[in-house]
Every structure is written in structure tokens, then in C-alpha cells.
Design a binder for this molecule. Structure first.
Ligand code: PMP
Length: 425
């Protein structure tokens, strides 16, 4: 059968039969001399690992309990009994799915409650909810920009922003990561050559791989000076940084100066979905023109109820955020003093740079064997030679779990020669 053939045999068959040429790259991807086969053969392939059970900071993988240090569940709310109960209650009342778009039969009173609540929480006039964060970036950018506009996008922006710039009919220019002198030069050029063009500056509020916070005050100044709209993707910022977890604009006290903030429900809010807040007319315009919003089914009831309950908890239990900030500092310091390079992370996302891709995969597997789950991130997601282990922490990690993670990193780091044997942790 086809499944029994090796990739090489499949490649040969492809050449000799009438299989569409489009598929040649698929066989090539798995060829024996490719990266995939090499990593698989070494038993180091780290992706698509099934989790058999998940209880916040602990997960069962391959029948064994591990400490989860690679989840975006920043407030640890996915396993909170109050949140689970709210989701179950919503299923009882509304069923399991909305089976239609918000535009037609898919709007529940719960969706409206959520939008009102989030607008208030974020200190903005209005809010629109999408079915994922990815769709939110795509849908907002596509709706707001057209042929005569220019999008200015940070080179390290999330893939969903890039996807938005690709579906948009506007021109996109990418500025060097966090390099606002470069952004200024691009804005000046655009102003000189196309003074009538509408301008959108878009950036991650917290960068998803490095944990670095965007330079919002300077971005606000540039947006004002050049008459551009400023959009922040706060997927890793809402429910994480700023007073009350209100995100990167609030972190700098600049909510009123940032035009649009996008967030996701797949991280601090323990659910799935996304949102965008801004001025009323702008949000209502997006609601009536965004393809991803109009032509895709709405968030299921359980997902909406989950977010509403998480908002209650975030507002009532500010100590969760305080703990998250405290342990992020603790972990950054712990990695640094052991001799690891954690770039200039400022949030609970802490990259541990390993360098070489195969060493990174080996480090990943040895950590798993030590009982710690993290995420291996290799090129092209990061620059060549900068393969890293992305760690991320939860308010619910215990001190013992955190120390265990640092000790495991230290042991494996020394074994693989990533850190000096005399690292001080
Ligand atoms: N933006 C950023 C910065 C992200 O990291 C992610 C998720 N990894 C998204 C958007 C997409 O969010 P979602 O998972 O809700 O689709």
C-alpha cells in the first residue's frame, strides 16, 4: 500500500506516474536527507505531542506526569472549577455550538455581554469578538485597509498579522524589529511619496517569542506625528501586564492614545476566540465589513461563558497577576544566574536560547525526560543559530515546581555544554 512505501519510493513513484506536480514538495519534505527525517530518526521530533490529561501546571504525556512550562495559560484558569462550571452551564442553556455567523443566526446575548464587558475592561467605547485571535488580526486588518493605504508592520509580528497584511489590498512595509528610527524613515518616505495614503502601524504589544514589550510611547508619538492609526496585538499582554491586566497600552498609561487593541481568549482567558476594542464607529464598521467575522461561525457558548467567568476572576483576584509578575522575575533571574541567555524578556514568556537546532531538540527531549514540558522553537520562526526553548509561566505554578524547572534546566544545560559547569544556580 502507499502508506508502506518509504518517502524515497513515494518520490520516485511521483515522478513516474501522473500524480500532480503540486505534491512533489510534500514527498520532498519527508525525504531521508531532509531535516524532518533526520530529527525523527534521532528520536528528537518535539511537535504534535499528545497530552493525555491536563490539570493546569501538570500534564500527562506518554503516561507520565510532567510540569507544564510551555503553555499560555498565564493565570492558570483552564482548570479552575468555577470556570469549568460556567462552561458546562452555558452548554446546558445554549447547546454546544452556534452553527452560524454572528451576522445571521450566531449572535447570543452572551456574545453581546462579553463585548460590552471587554470594552469596559479595556477602557474603550466598543468591542468586536471573533472566533480566534488569528482571525481577529486577519479580519481587522482586512476590513480597515484597502488599495490606497499603507501598513507598517514590525518584522517580528505574529503570523496572523502577516496573514492580515497578505489578504489586505494595501501595501505593506516591514520595519526592523522594534527599530523606531527605521519606522520613522519609512513613514517619512510614505508621507513624501503618497501623502494621501491611509496609514496603519501594527505591532505585537508583547512579542510572542521573546516576551519583549513594544515601545508603545514612541509608537504613539509616531502615529500622532504622521496621522497613522496604531494597532497593538495584545495576545500575550491582556490578562498579563498593565494595571489589572489591561495590556500593553495600559502598562504605559496610554489606553486613550492607542486606537485599536486586539486580544485573544486562548491564553489568560482559558478559552478560544479573539477580540478588538476601539472607537464605536470603527468597531461597527469592522463588524459590517470583515470577511472573517461575517463568513465564519461565531464563538461557541462554552467558550464565551469561560471568558466571562475569567473576567470576573481577574477583577476579583488581582493577586494572581501579582504572583505572575513575581514569578516571571524569579524565573528570568534564575535562568540568567545559571548562565542561560534569555534575551531581554520582560514578561512570563521567557526564551532560553540554545543556538544549534539539534542541540535545542536534544535539550527539549532531555527536559521532557526530567519531567518538564517546554516548547522548542527553531528557524524560520527564529533567526538561524538562535534555536530556543520558549518557557512560559502561570500564576498557579508552585514555588517547588518553579525550582524544579530551574534545576532541570541546570542539569541538562551542563550535560549538553550549553552552560558552564560552574553556573551559579
Ligand atoms: N497574536 C499573537 C501574538 C499570538 O501569539 C497568537 C497565538 N499564538 C495569536 C495572535 C493568535 O491567537 P489565537 O490562538 O487565539 O488564534
Amino acid at each position: 500500500s502507499d502508506a508502506a512505501r518509504t518517502p524515497q519510493e513515494r518520490l520516485e513513484t511521483q515522478v513516474s506516474t501522473s500524480e500532480p506536480s503540486l505534491f512533489a514538495k510534500c514527498h520532498k519534505f519527508f525525504a531521508p536527507d531532509g531535516d524532518y527525517a533526520r530529527v525523527k530518526a534521532a528520536g528528537l521530533y518535539p511537535y504534535f505531542r499528545p497530552i493525555e490529561r491536563n490539570e493546569g501546571t501538570r500534564a500527562i504525556i506518554n503516561g507520565r506526569e510532567v510540569i507544564m512550562a510551555g503553555s499560555n495559560n498565564y493565570l492558570g484558569l483552564t482548570s479552575d472549577p468555577r470556570v469549568k462550571e460556567a462552561a458546562i452551564e452555558a452548554i446546558r442553556k445554549y447547546g454546544t455550538g452556534c452553527t452560524g455567523s454572528r451576522f445571521l443566526n450566531g449572535t447570543l446575548d452572551l456574545h453581546l455581554q462579553l463585548e460590552e464587558r471587554l470594552a469596559r475592561f479595556m477602557g474603550k467605547e466598543a468591542c468586536i469578538v471573533f472566533s480566534t485571535g488569528y482571525m481577529t488580526n486577519m479580519g481587522v486588518i482586512q476590513a480597515l485597509t484597502s488599495k490606497n493605504d499603507i501598513i507598517f508592520s514590525d518584522k517580528d509580528n505574529h503570523a496572523s498579522i502577516v496573514a492580515g497584511t497578505q489578504v489586505s489590498l494595501a501595501d505593506t512595509v516591514r520595519y526592523r524589529h522594534n527599530d523606531l528610527d527605521h519606522l520613522r524613515r519609512l513613514l517619512e518616505r510614505a508621507q513624501a511619496e503618497r501623502p494621501e495614503a491611509g496609514k496603519l502601524i501594527v505591532t505585537d504589544g508583547v512579542f510572542s517569542m521573546s516576551g519583549v514589550i513594544a515601545r508603545v510611547p514612541e509608537l504613539v508619538e509616531l502615529a500622532e506625528e504622521f496621522g497613522a492609526a496604531l494597532m497593538l496585538d495584545d495576545a500575550h499582554a491582556v490578562g498579563v501586564i498593565g494595571p489589572g491586566g489591561r495590556g500593553s497600552a495600559a502598562y504605559f498609561g496610554l489606553e486613550h492614545k492607542v486606537h485599536l487593541t486586539v486580544g485573544t481568549f486562548s491564553k489568560s482567558f482559558a478559552s478560544l476566540g479573539g477580540f478588538c476594542v476601539g472607537d464605536r464607529d470603527v468597531i461597527e464598521y469592522i463588524r459590517h465589513t470583515s470577511s472573517a467575522h461575517i463568513f465564519s461561525a461565531s464563538m461557541p457558548p462554552a467558550n464565551v461563558a469561560t471568558v466571562l467567568k475569567c473576567l470576573d476572576i481577574i477583577e476579583q483576584e488581582p493577586e494572581r497577576l501579582e504572583r505572575l509578575w513575581k514569578i516571571s522575575d524569579y524565573m528570568r533571574e534564575g535562568f540568567r544566574s545559571a548562565g542561560f541567555n534569555v534575551w531581554n524578556s520582560q514578561t512570563p514568556v521567557i526564551p532560553v536560547v540554545i543556538g544549534d537546532m539539534m542541540t535545542c531538540f536534544r535539550f527539549w527531549r532531555e527536559l521532557l525526560e526530567e519531567g518538564v514540558f517546554v516548547n522548542a522553537v527553531v528557524p524560520p520562526a527564529v533567526p538561524q543559530g538562535q534555536a530556543l526553548l520558549r518557557t512560559s509561566f502561570m500564576a498557579t505554578h508552585t514555588d517547588e515546581e518553579l525550582d524544579y524547572i530551574l534545576e532541570a534546566f541546570h542539569r541538562v544545560g551542563k550535560r549538553l555544554g550549553v552552560i558552564q559547569a560552574n553556573g551559579s544556580y
